[in-house]
Ligand binder design. Structure first.
Ligand SMILES: [Zn+2]
Ligand SMILES: [Zn+2]
Length: 447
């Protein structure tokens, strides 16, 4: 399988190389220098990562992290803006020659998870999550994203005079959501707030790249796909209202418990019976359900909440309508009322097909002897990198960080046992530097 894939990659690389041969291309010496620099900075990057790991901060509270980042970027001579979207940092590197603008993004927040990794640099930190003190852990690997982008910035700053164009470094807060307010209250956060505050327009970004470390993929694997990569994520709540009565006299009231149970079951037919799942998959889940106070009283009300995932905007809107319609109609059949509220959280993260095709040879070059794939399975997780993709063509990569042989047993992102094999991080630096220099030079090198 691997040989076939590599052979196919070789042919495609050759085809793209021939078609772009007339354009200026990255000198081979530049990409070689980037790799040498990546090797040289690897140990320092791992130290940064361990420090971030030991001191994780929740979304919108990344004060220490953003200060370390801003100080580093200032030392590199970049123009640095702090306090963007609360704790975000935006830095611009002006190359010595004219050219396009590339943005690179890293997220900075940890999660309200109690770490159980047993590592010497395990987090003992706490934070405030919507008024409550909670343990905090970099359980999604955003510590590695910060360290990778700091290293990338240092390498690119070192080649500043030869770079044809600009590079914008985006260190964003609250990818996992804000710790200081609830979604659905009208306030924006994270990538969307960064965009609103001009992070992608001053200077105007022509292409944006980002990556996410993923457990379950072998260390150093780079994976991507053209088109939808990660799902949209929305939350919804359904309030089923009946009429309270004694549990022994159900005919005197309207039972919202039975109605809610029917609605929960009915919602399962949206994906299985109503959507064209040959187009894209989708998910309708219920995560919590509450009602009643005592075993022999039928309550007035039952409330349940869940999450909705889709990979296509039209299907997403359709699901929203079907959830409300299903709840209202099924509840009405027993005389109850149902009110549905959907809160949009993140849009579909899709890789721009043109940009993905254009940069494919770069990624194949970086992946080198590492196992790689250009058609990775979609993830039903969501990302607010999607907000950046609405403003400029975008490409998001997955980076494997599970030791060989442990891909199937490794704890997933967000687990208290989440583990990063740091040997994979250098591959993230290589991917981001190669993508940047190649894009600025007008396309992948022909070497
Ligand atoms: Zn996460
Ligand atoms: Zn994440």
């Amino acid at each position: 399988m691997m040989h076939q894939k590599l052979a196919r990659a070789g042919l495609l690389t050759l085809a793209v190389a021939l078609s772009t041969a007339a354009q200026a291309a990255t000198p081979a010496a530049t990409t070689a220098a980037a790799d040498t620099a990546a090797k040289a900075i690897e140990a320092k990057m791992i130290e940064w990562r361990r420090d971030f790991h030991q001191h994780p901060e929740l979304g919108n509270a990344e004060v220490r992290s953003s200060k370390i980042i801003a100080d580093h970027l200032k030392k590199l001579g970049l123009k640095v803006k702090t306090g963007v979207a609360k704790t975000g940092v935006v830095a611009v590197l002006e190359g010595g020659k004219p050219g396009p603008t590339v943005a690179l993004r890293a997220d900075m927040d940890g999660l309200p998870v109690k770490e159980n990794s047993g590592l010497p640099f395990e987090s003992k930190a706490t934070g405030t999550y919507r008024g409550q003190t909670v343990p905090v852990m970099h359980a999604c690997g955003h510590d590695t994203h910060m360290a990778i982008l700091m290293a990338t910035a240092e390498i690119l700053a070192g080649m500043k005079k030869d770079l044809p164009g600009k590079v914008v470094f985006l260190f964003q807060p609250a990818e996992e959501g804000p710790s200081d307010f609830e979604a659905g209250t009208g306030k924006t956060w994270g990538a969307k707030a960064m965009v609103e505050q001009g992070a992608m327009s001053d200077p105007k970004v022509d292409a944006v790249f980002g990556l996410h470390v993923f457990s379950g993929m072998e260390t150093g694997t780079l994976a991507w796909r053209s088109g939808p990569l990660m799902a949209s994520a929305d939350s919804y709540s359904v309030t089923v209202t009946g009429k309270q009565t004694h549990g022994a006299l159900p005919w005197r009231g309207v039972d919202p418990v039975v109605a809610a149970a029917q609605v929960v079951t009915g919602l399962q037919t949206i994906v299985s019976r109503q959507l064209d799942i040959t187009k894209e998959p989708a998910i309708v889940s219920v995560g919590q359900i509450h009602g009643g106070v005592r075993y022999n009283i039928i309550p007035d009300e039952v409330v349940f909440e869940g999450t909705l995932r889709a990979f296509d905007e039209a299907m997403r809107e359709d699901i929203h309508k079907r959830v409300a319609h299903t709840a209202t109609s099924i509840a009405a059949a027993s005389g109850a009322k149902a009110e549905t509220k959907v809160t949009k959280i993140y849009d579909v993260t899709a890789n721009d097909p043109e940009l993905t095709a254009k940069m494919r040879p770069t990624l194949v070059r970086v992946a080198g002897e590492w196992p790689w794939t250009d058609n990775v399975q979609k993830s039903t997780g969501a990302e607010d990198f999607s907000e950046l993709g609405k403003v400029a063509p975008s490409l998001f990569l997955f980076l494997g960080i599970s030791k060989p042989g442990e891909e199937k047993t490794a704890a997933a992102n967000h687990s208290p046992f989440f583990f990063v094999d740091e040997k994979g991080l250098i591959q993230g630096v290589r991917a981001l530097t190669h993508l940047t220099v190649d894009y600025l030079h007008g396309g992948p090198a022909t070497n």
